[in-house]
Ligand binder design. Structure first.
Ligand code: SF4
Length: 362
């Protein structure tokens, strides 16, 4: 589709005017530093603004520039990312910082090709950082942008299908304000966050309602079109908190893959018809080489990841025999309960941490 020039101009003007008057005051909007803008965009990629603010401020305090980040150890970076999820973002960003130090003399590249070659940088991050920090004329496409565009232009391509990405990208490029792409991109995302919300869009307050086809047709709720996703699989796990005198066993996940590089209590999937307690002993033996006995059932937790859900039965166990010989995890430590906060751990483990501490103190 082609947007008539005059219409595109009017939409641009209305959007940026609205944005300048209504934008939220956010810490990353008070800086022109490409590194700081990069940090914020990585965090915002999968996470709500309100959650990101505190993480962003802590991260910038700890790693105020790219050199500090490049010289930090990965565990310290993951610790500051703890709870934010999608840990590959942190690992890739750390690797990208090292690359910037080596290949670009510590300066965030202002050229598209050099920037998008860095670890973890895809089209969204490259478009956001290059337009906001360097004024490059590239359009951003995220969930908010897709929703706004789908409604204004009644786009029937499913927004959650990867093959639709190029359709949204091309429309966003047509609409982009080439004189101030950074402001324009932020304006569309802000409109999606504050006005053109997923469930109840505030069309009466919307600066682009005069050009919005879905509004004119009284059917904003019909857009964006989405294809139905398959039901999310559910796994039942057993997790063992293994005590050896006053120390606890934690293991480190492989650096690549889900929750890579984080520490956790060992566990795994319970087999069909297998009692959870027996599964726990089996899994501990298979994954850590350690023989254990179960002392008590601590709790049951539930947790949802993007592509599956888990229910985990957590057991307090006692070491009974054997030395640690890992199969799966890439490292282990015997730590005191007081030392646990030093290690970056996944949210699912934090869900039973308070109960564990109470059990330890009894
Ligand atoms: S008029 Fe309504 S549906 Fe259209 S862009 Fe604005 S808020 Fe979204």
């Amino acid at each position: 589709m082609t947007i008539p020039n005059e219409e595109a101009q009017s939409v641009r003007r209305a959007l940026t005017g609205w944005y300048m008057a209504n934008r939220r005051s956010l810490p990353w909007r008070k800086t022109c530093d490409p590194y700081h803008i990069w940090v914020s965009e990585i965090m915002l990629q999968q996470t709500q603004v309100n959650t990101v603010i505190a993480y962003y401020e802590r991260f910038i305090r700890a790693f105020p520039d790219i050199r500090t980040l490049a010289e930090a150890d990965l565990q310290g970076v993951l610790k500051l990312w703890e709870g934010l999820g999608y840990y590959s973002r942190a690992r890739n960003f750390h690797a990208a910082a090292k690359t910037v130090m080596v290949l670009h003399d510590g300066r965030v590249p202002g050229k598209w090709d050099a920037f998008i070659d860095l670890p973890g940088v895809g089209d969204y991050i490259a478009s956001a950082v290059q337009s906001i920090a360097f004024g490059k004329p590239v359009a951003v496409v995220d969930g908010n942008v897709k929703r706004v565009l789908a409604r204004i232009f009644e786009i029937s391509a499913p927004a959650n299908q990867s093959s639709s990405y190029k359709i949204f990208k091309s429309i966003a490029c047509d609409l982009l304000d080439r004189n101030d792409p950074g402001t324009f991109n932020q304006a569309v995302m802000e409109l999606g966050a504050l006005v053109c919300k997923p469930a109840r869009p505030l069309c009466s307050e919307c600066p682009v309602s005069p050009w919005c086809l879905a509004f004119a047709g009284g059917r904003p709720a019909d857009f964006p079109v989405k294809i139905k996703k398959l039901p999310v699989p559910h796994h039942h796990l057993a997790v063992g908190v293994v005590f050896k005198q006053e120390k606890l066993l934690i293991v480190r996940r492989p650096e690549t893959g889900m929750l890579g590089g984080l520490w956790e209590f060992p566990g795994g999937r319970i087999g069909p018809d297998e009692p959870a307690e027996r599964a726990c002993v089996r899994i501990l033996k298979e994954s850590t080489g350690v023989g254990t006995t179960v002392r008590a059932h601590l709790t049951r937790i539930r947790h949802a990841y993007t592509h599956f859900k888990i229910t985990a039965d957590v057991f307090i166990c006692d070491w009974a025999s054997g030395r640690v010989r890992l199969s799966g995890p890439t490292g282990h430590r015997w730590v005191t309960p007081e030392e646990l906060p030093l290690y970056p751990m996944p949210k699912s483990n934090h869900k039973f941490m308070n109960q564990l501490m109470e059990a330890v103190q009894q």
